[in-house]
Design a binder for this molecule. Structure first.
Ligand SMILES: [Zn+2]
Length: 111
């Protein structure tokens, strides 16, 4: 498969992510993505193995748009988790949101 085709799967996955396409996390390493073109069909993605049950993957054996979509969803989840941890860390050192002498830190914003 050409590099152009790979880039296009990446772009298609990115577009699905930006359009808030449905992704269901079954486990850390198993995700389900409903087919865009065929209602009722669910594709299963295993990120660690870079595999998907869709026809595109079966045919080309290359990362498909579902794989990339799942990668975007996982990256977003990690970002959210890190942001939440920062909020937790801040609340430990400054439970009332005030640090030092009237120094106010906005929760969730790194300064
Ligand atoms: Zn797929």
């Amino acid at each position: 498969m050409s590099k152009q085709k790979l880039a296009s799967n990446f772009e298609r996955g990115k577009r699905m992510f930006e359009a808030d396409s449905t992704v269901e996390r079954i486990t850390d390493d198993l995700y389900e993505v409903p087919s865009e073109s065929r209602p009722g069909i669910i594709h299963q993605v295993i990120p660690s193995l870079k595999v998907c049950t869709c026809e595109n993957f079966q045919r080309y054996g290359e990362p498909c748009k579902h794989f990339y979509l799942v990668q975007f969803v996982r990256a977003a989840a990690i970002k959210t988790m890190l942001a939440e941890n920062q909020v937790k860390a801040l609340s430990k050192i400054a439970p009332d949101g005030i640090v030092g002498e009237n120094k106010k830190y906005k929760i969730g914003v790194i300064q």
